[in-house]
Ligand binder design. Sequence first.
Ligand SMILES: [Zn+2]
Ligand SMILES: [Zn+2]
Length: 537
Amino acid sequence: MEIFWIDRLAEQVNEKFPEGVIHLSCGLSIRGPQHIGRIRGELCLPSAIKRILEEKFGRKAIHYIVLYDMDGLKEKGAKNGFPNDPEKQKKYVGVSLFNVEDPFGCHENWMEHFWADFGDYLDEFGFEVKIVKTSEFYRMEETKQLIKDLLSKREKVVEIVNRYRKRNPWPLDHIPINPICQHCLSINDTKAVAVDLENYTVKYVCNKCGKSGETSLENAKLNWRLEWPALWKVLHIEFEPYGRDHAAAGGSRETCGIFSKEIFGYEPPLGEWYEWVSLKVHGKNLGEMTASGFIGITPKEWLEIATPEILRYLFISTRPHTSITIDLDNISFYYNDYDKAERIYFGVEEESNERERRNIMRSYELAQVKGVRERIPPQVPFDFACVVAQITRIDEGDVEPALEILRRTSHLPSDATEEEVEYVIRRLKNAMNWVKKYAPEQYKIEIKEEVEETVLSQLSPSQKEALRRMGDFLKKERAENEIWDFINEVCEELGVEKKEFFKACYLVLLGKPYGPRLVSIIKSLGEEKISKLFSSV
Ligand SMILES: [Zn+2]
Ligand SMILES: [Zn+2]
């Protein structure tokens, strides 16, 4: 039997490291807003492995997120962050992220600002994630010891590194660290010229401000390809996924693995690379989400329109090397896919392909953040939720009218628990937010109280007749299939094209020629109200 891809990874970790606590890691450089694409490899995957290690193998596992806040701000980031302020762009380019001011002035610094919309929601997407900032990492005793060892044998280090820097080798006396300039705070433009390991200090010259100085080695960062393996060693990392950019042959992951072994004597962690996530919104493909280009939506924004489980399900059910484009116009697709998995999981719907069924079941299970429920939660199809949310103005606070509709239409069972009711309310609110922020025109509705004169003049006699008959038919409550049958019949009888009939219905109901599923509107408004409107044409 083929084993699910994340189970296989967890099994490999368990076998290779049979003893002690397992440390899983991932890393983010907060150069701009952190998008949901990062959740794929940095949160979702390690958290699923953590859960499997704990539940299936009885292991203890820790999940770290390393925030590279010592990294210098790049030019593009500076331009995006301070678009109308060339002086600040110049001031902060090359400066460590924690030393850059918050462009919006609401947080302590740049890093804290852009981390908030991701970091505040970690528990929604993962389990007990621990944060390590590189600015703190360089103050840890173990790190200091490692840097002392490294710098005391630095000729050997340079020799090893140079095997992989053929085109641009370091001189033999190179010191592979960048201190923070104490005058202009740049970390990208400094060059270390001498170290005093006894006092743990470094002398440097700065190419940005032209000054030179001396500072503690705590204020210096290792060259990136040494920093990554140093983090592995100090944090005892056994598994770390990585984005496609690091995965190429001869790329940073491979050389860092070699440096880890040869320089630090540390067996590099296992890992898996993952493909980027692109974003499509308002009909436009924006390409891969990036932090420095400010393309993407943040976890905070995602939670306004959907649950963490829906996103986790997407990332877990998709193999890691497959690229994903999240299309916000068609968010109902992700809802429907998730709901279907849920029905299959709870045995309400069948999946005849056995392999497919197992993958869906496992993906659904691992997508749950708070564990799987005892019974299937009430499912309100997303399109229907959009209609109900708008008709009842759920955003204005009173949820009771909406719940009333859901009870009447059997979407909410009478014995629903408090948690299940909350679940449904959340979906309605998410739907409302989505309608306001992303929905294409046809999803937006405002029900007319009476038929408008301008609409009446647009309708043909046979369209009017069809509407009146429909009005008559809807004097009673009707089942969905009865309504469909009736529409077919009446259109055939009167020789009205179905397209024209729907157009007439939407014009009367919404004042525009299109809209969401007609039956959704009928069911949420109730037959009686529709009947009155249609009979009055
Ligand atoms: Zn802020
Ligand atoms: Zn400087």
